[in-house]
Design a protein around this ligand. Sequence first.
Ligand code: C2E
Ligand code: MG
Ligand code: MG
Length: 578
Amino acid sequence: MHPKASGAGKESEGPSNAAYTDEALLADLLANTTELLSFYNRNFRLTHYAARLKGMYGGAVAQGAAIWEIYPSFLDSSCRDEFLRVFQGGSPTSIDLPRQSGEAPRSVFVFGTANGVGIRETREHGGRSAAEEQEHVILLHQATHDVLTGLQNRRRFGERLQQALAAIGGPKPKAALLQIDLDDFKAVNDTLGHGAGDTLLQLAAGRIRDALQDGESAYRYAGDEFAVIQLGKEQPAEAERLAGSLVDAFKEPFVINGIPVFVGSSIGIAFGPEHGTDGEQLMKAADIALYAAKTDGRGCARTFNRSMLLLLEQRENLRRSLRTALERGELYLEYQPLIRPPSSVIGFEALLRWRHPDVGIIPPSVFIPIAEADGLMDQIGRWVLEQACRQALTWPSSLTVAVNLSPAQFLSGSLTDTVAQVIDAVGIRADRLELEITETVLLEKTIDNIDTLNTLNVLGIRISLDDFGTYYSSLSYLKNFPFDTLKIDQYFITDLETDLKGQTIVRSIINLAHGLGISVTAEGVETSAQARWLIKENCDCLQGNLLGRPLDADATSDFVRRSAPKGGRAMEESNRAL
Ligand code: C2E
Ligand code: MG
Ligand code: MG
């Protein structure tokens, strides 16, 4: 909506009378009228508006904004019913808007249009001058809206949630609260900078806004947390539908400064009054559901249920005891053999375990995410590295040890120093150490990552790309980063015997890697048919229960001893398996 110059002196530059279209006339009118006019389509989205309205309401006024973002009162049943009557073809009417404390009385005149509805707002100034009134409205808007995204803010959210819960009743008695949290937002902010983080939040707010329908309003609640309140809907179906479209809306990458960034959304849903009769309770329930969505792999939505409380309590207990697990000696490593076909052990992968005094053995997939979230992974990772290197020193010097790195270790900025210190302190040859990283690590800090990997490379340490095939499997990683080994994820190995497409993919990965001078390890080899197929296709190294399950340090030493003179017992077992 660009106001066009129409002063007398500019006539020769301006459009001729003949070309003065309705659209241009409308633009002039809206740019200059003192009326607070706005027009909405049949989806309640703003299509045209007076420039003065924007002056009053700021960021909430934008093409495509929902009517209730500008006039939240239309979500209240009394105003909504009146409004819908006009919307459905009834005669124009004037609706008094509820007054906030300290606010001048306002009313809106709602009239039907060919495309939807138009609204003219009138205000009684109550003694204030027009300029004071405008200032007041802007201040009010600022107090209730988030400057960055234009969505309503936390304060407005709290008010609306209380109102929604108070208004529950009638034929569709539930209010739904959807708590939305962006996955990996922190990584974008930390790595691409706060400017990029702000852009991402604005784009995310836009996607949330676009997914909304009638009776739904969005808020930015804090940092990267958003919320939607849904009223007067068929539940739980409508909340689940909306959550589904919100999750889908975040599947496409956000392009920030020309870089595609994948940031998913996790959603927790709770219903009032079922899960909470006041705002605080309901928010807590939605938050717990959100937490469940995060731990169920993110990028998904979960609805609150009571058993989530139990899980939360368990996890809280785990979290507390993890803090002291390392010093209490509850963490230990197992080692899984890496086999070069047909039967040479070339090294072991160190896999972390936690022997909890009450719970028993807890797998890394459960506690590593907790350790990462609590900032413990840097310390634990260093311990793993040192422990694994010390263990490897007890093996023949031809054997390597592979250690998994978590993104937190990469992001700490001191990884290369730590690794250099550890190999120095332990006194192990650098080329006996292999570090395994996953693509998620690379996603997070592109430029520094190349530096880090190159430094490790120069130190003589080998680097594997773990779980290849499960994330984005971007070929540019293979081009840009100095990998020695690519580990094909078990996902592709499991169905290898029967899945022809899987075979084609694995064959192509092997050929591609070999073409780049990268060695290939197949993970999770469980059957001899899989092993035979992989050997036939020139896979360099096999790992999996067929060839050897992870063993504790002592059992690993036995395994090494048995397989030491070539043809030893352990190797005969492996040979038989193949
Ligand atoms: P990963 O690095 O891909 O490790 C391979 C996982 O596959 C291990 O699971 C291993 O026990 C399992 N595995 C190996 N062969 C077979 C098989 O034939 N069949 C099946 N079903 N599974 C097999 P684990 O030990 O539970 O570790 C899971 C993940 O946890 C690892 O995946 C790794 O990403 C992470 N992890 C383990 N230890 C560490 C560590 O010290 N630091 C970090 N940052 N991550 C670790
Ligand atoms: Mg690994
Ligand atoms: Mg793996």
